[in-house]
Ligand binder design. Sequence first.
Ligand SMILES: Nc1ncnc2c1ncn2[C@@H]1O[C@H](COP(=O)(O)OP(=O)(O)OP(=O)(O)O)[C@@H](O)[C@H]1O
Ligand SMILES: [Mg+2]
Length: 362
Amino acid sequence: MNSLKISPTPSQPTLSTSKSNLLQSNLFGAILIGIGAVLIGVIIYVCIKKRYFASVKQRLKKRRDELEKATNNFSEDCLVGSGAFGNVYKGTFEEDGTLAIKRAHSDSFQSVQEFRNEVELVSRVKHRNLVGLMGYCEEDGPRGAKILIYEYVPNGSLLEYIVGRKGKTLTWRQRVNIAIGAAKGIAYLHYGVKPSIIHRDIKPSNILIGDGFEAKVSDFGLVKSGPIGDQSHVSSQIKGTPGYLDPAYCSSFHLSPFSDVYSFGVILLQLIAARPAVDTSRANSRYHIIEWARPSLELGNVEDIIDVNLLSEPCNMEMMLKMGQLALRCVVKVPKNRPTMTQVWQELEESFYSTDNFINTT
Ligand SMILES: Nc1ncnc2c1ncn2[C@@H]1O[C@H](COP(=O)(O)OP(=O)(O)OP(=O)(O)O)[C@@H](O)[C@H]1O
Ligand SMILES: [Mg+2]
C-alpha cells in the first residue's frame, strides 16, 4: 500500500502566507480605524468650532433700540469722530459700560457680505494691541442698519498727536511704546491667526491710544484674509489710504503682509517727525515723508527731521535714529526685502532695551 506522505515543506509557506495575510488585514483594519478616528475627530472639532462661533456671533448681536438708548438716539453729544465708513459714537450700556459704536453710512458697504465678513473675522481676533469687537447690529435690506460696536479707547487716535491737535504731543518713550504695541498688534494679525489677516489701512487715525498710552490698532473695515500655505500674496483690488499705500501693491495688485509693513514704515517716520505723510508744501520730489526724511536718515542724522517738541525733553536720539532707519527698511521697493512685522517689533524692543533699560514708561 502506498503510504500517504505528507511533506512538511509545502505547508510552511502556506502557514506563513496566512500569518502575513492576518498581519496585513490587522494592519489594514488598524489603518481604517485610525482614519475613522481622525475623521470623527475632525468632524467633532469643526462642529464645536462652528457652534462656538455661532454662539459668539449670537452673543455679539445687539438690537438697534439698545444702541439708540446707549447713544441718546445717536445724538451729536455722543459723536466722537467720523470717517469714510460712518460716524463713531460713545455709547453707555448698563452691563458693558462705555463702548464705541460705529454706524455705517447707508452706502458705506459694498455688500452685506462684506459686513458679515468683517464681523466674522474680527470676532476671532483678540489681542491687547487690537481694538476688540464687542458687538454688532445688522438689519435686513439695503437700507438696514450696519453697526459695529468696539471697546471704547479713551485717548483719541495717533493722528491727533501727530498733527498736534489740542496741543497733544507724546514723549519719545511714548512714541516708541506706541510703535512697539502697534507692531505687535499687526504682527498678531499676520502670524497669530489662521488664515492670516492683512489690515490694508494702517494709518495714524487707525491707531488708537488707550488708557496707559498703549497702542490699539483699529478699523478692520478693509481686512482681507492673507495668503494661505506657500502663497506669497493674494490678488486684490486696491484699497487703502494715499500716502500709506504700498506702491508695489498698487502696481502689481499683489497684496501681502508686507503692504502693511510699508504703511507702518510711514507711521514710524511720522512718530519721529510729527508731520503728514504727504505734504505738497515740501520741496519738489520730497512731497512724501519717505523722500523728505531719507537723505538725513541715510547720513545718520535724525536731528534735522525730529519733531521740535522732542527737542525740549532729553530725547534719546540714538533710539529715534534706529527707528528712522528701520522705517526706511520697511518701505524698500521689493516687498519681500522688508522686515516682517514680528521682526519690526522685536527690533524696536531690542533697540529700546539697549538704549534705555526701562520699557514701560509712558
Ligand atoms: N473704538 C474707538 N474708541 C474711541 N474712539 C474711536 C474708536 N474708533 C474710532 N474712534 C474715533 O473716531 C474717529 C473716526 O474713526 P473712523 O475709523 O471711522 O475713521 P478714520 O479712521 O478717522 O478715517 P477713515 O474713514 O479714513 O478710516 C477716529 O479717528 C477716532 O478718533
Ligand atoms: Mg479708522
